[in-house]
Ligand binder design. Structure first.
Ligand code: SAM
Length: 240
């Protein structure tokens, strides 16, 4: 359950400095936000980063993809989001160890505990993200559990809000029914269009999510199938 989770009142209230200490702008730029709204971070002062998080690995599990992406895009901030406390702590420890072993690297990767089905727009402002990964989401097989799936008409509108036009949602699953479900829901959404196979297979991130996610490795060992689909975030229509 997530009743103990706290959320920033808005993206401006989120203090990222402990997640990406190497990317903190200098401390003189602390921005004061109203005390009663600053639920995350310290007493109202938020240290600003040089840049925003741009890549989100939603339901990152043990963080294989989050850490594999870090050296591939060293100038981009990557965030794994995970609901399980101990799993989140494991990934945070994993990143601490990698940073210690490889000075100057992995500073752009972090893991945050959150229920991404709620309050995603509290963490990310409109069009902040360029890539979102939905890798091996829990399948929730039973029809009455489908509302717990992390792809739905409502959630897709949240993804459309946080992902910029030109950005990409990456999906992979070993459950064909879940693959069809994700394709159907993204296709039905006016802000998304499926990326063609050629472009998909040429994308370095697709290779990475196939082999670096812990679930992807498990499916590999069991010689299972992996279904991949990418969706491009379209431009918003111009209202004239
Ligand atoms: N993406 C990883 C991989 O491919 O190895 C983990 C896949 S695992 C099957 C699904 C993960 O999503 C679990 O770690 C689970 O705790 C997490 N999860 C499920 N619902 C979530 C939610 N609402 N918010 C954040 N994480 C969630």
């Amino acid at each position: 359950s997530d009743h103990q989770l706290t959320y920033p009142a808005s993206p401006a209230h989120m203090d990222w400095s402990s997640y990406y200490p190497a990317f903190v702008l200098d401390t003189s730029t602390e921005q004061i936000v109203p005390e009663n709204l600053a639920r995350v971070g310290t007493g109202g002062a938020v240290k600003k980063l040089k840049q925003d998080v741009e890549v989100a690995d939603i339901g990152c599990g043990f963080g294989g993809l989050t850490v594999a992406l870090a050296p591939l895009m060293p100038n981009t901030l990557i965030l794994g989001l995970e609901i399980r406390t101990q799993v989140t702590e494991y990934v945070q420890e994993r990143i601490r160890a990698l940073r210690a072993q490889h000075p100057g690297q992995y500073e752009n990767a972090a893991c945050l505990r959150a229920n991404t089905m709620k309050f995603l727009p509290n963490f990310f402002k409109k069009h902040q993200l360029s890539k979102v990964f939905l890798c091996f989401p829990d399948p929730h097989f039973k029809a009455r559990k489908h509302k717990a799936r992390i792809v739905s008409t409502t959630l897709n509108s949240e993804y459309a809000y946080v992902v910029r036009p030109g950005g990409i949602i990456y999906t992979i699953t070993d459950v064909e029914d879940v693959h069809n479900w994700m394709v159907q829901h993204f296709n039905a959404h006016p802000s998304f269009e499926r990326v063609g196979e050629e472009e998909q297979e040429a994308d370095e991130c697709v290779k990475t999510m196939r082999v670096e996610t812990e679930e992807g490795k498990k499916v590999e060992r069991n010689k299972g199938q992996k279904f991949v689909a990418l969706f491009g975030r379209l431009e918003d229509p111009a209202w004239e």
